[in-house]
Design a protein around this ligand. Structure first.
Ligand SMILES: C[S@@+](CC[C@H](N)C(=O)[O-])C[C@H]1O[C@@H](n2cnc3c(N)ncnc32)[C@H](O)[C@@H]1O
Length: 228
């Protein structure tokens, strides 16, 4: 068994690592603790990793982990905003654990630096906005998965350059997830339905109904996703 920095409970990071293709070089943007990139090196999935973070103290954590594991010969460190400073020679770019709007801005502002790299994106919020922005800006979603950790669900999206149009159900529930409803995806849809129903009840009681129409519509999409 190769050495690992991930524990059994690290389902989110494990799912991200699993989606990275075997490749020469991956960039871990917003690397912070550096576990994702370190695991990619330890597992042999990537020959090299560029660790980048907008915060120098955050990047220091990744640097410490890499030196602790003796992997400094295969790593590069950048303090940079988004994809700035990437040389264009990376095969894959991981952007995880941030808000969807931040990820969208990083991707759209860094299109030239990204080149043809595959994107592995894990937004904590704003999934629909991110899917819409990707498909309206020359990317297609080629894979999606859901990881369940600590009673939370994390959707991970893989995107490459290309054209794709999505209907509104696919924007909300995910074009690939809708076609691949495994047990975790079903649990995620069920949780999303419960959340929508709870919010509908709360908004009805408070009399604040301006968001209700959208929530009714979302509830129907979650129900349809679960029924198929
Ligand atoms: C919550 S951590 C996520 C760490 C890791 N990627 C993960 O998924 O567990 C978010 C990291 O993203 C960094 N970050 C936020 N905005 C950024 C940007 N525009 N460019 C680069 N890094 C950014 C933060 O400094 C922080 O270290």
């Amino acid at each position: 068994m190769p050495e690992s920095v991930l524990k059994m409970a690290d389902k989110r990071l494990r799912a991200i690592v699993d989606l990275v293709p075997r490749c020469r070089c991956t960039a871990d943007i917003g690397a912070d603790h550096g576990k994702t990139g370190t695991e990619l090196l330890l597992s042999g999935k990537c020959d090299r990793v560029v660790f980048s973070d907008i915060s120098a103290p955050s990047l220091e954590k990744a640097r410490n982990l890499i030196f602790e594991k003796g992997l400094e010969g295969r790593a590069e460190f950048l303090v940079a905003d988004g994809l700035k400073g990437l040389s264009g020679s990376v095969d894959c770019i991981v952007i995880a654990g941030m808000g969807g709007q931040n990820i969208r801005d990083i991707v759209l502002n860094g299109k030239s630096e990204a080149g043809d790299a595959e994107l592995i994106l894990q937004p904590n919020t704003g999934l629909s906005h991110l899917r819409r922005a990707l498909t309206e800006n020359g990317f297609m979603i080629c894979n999606e998965t859901v990881a369940a950790e600590d009673r939370r669900y994390y959707v991970i999206i893989c995107a490459v350059r290309g054209q794709m149009s999505l209907d509104e159900a696919e924007i909300l529930a995910g074009p690939v997830l809708l076609k691949n409803k495994n047990e975790v995806v079903r649990q995620y849809y069920s949780h999303s339905l419960e959340t929508a129903e709870k919010l509908i009840m709360e908004l009805k009681q408070s009399g604040a109904d301006h968001r209700l129409e959208k929530l009714y519509w979302e509830r129907e999409i979650w129900k349809a996703a679960l029924s198929g």
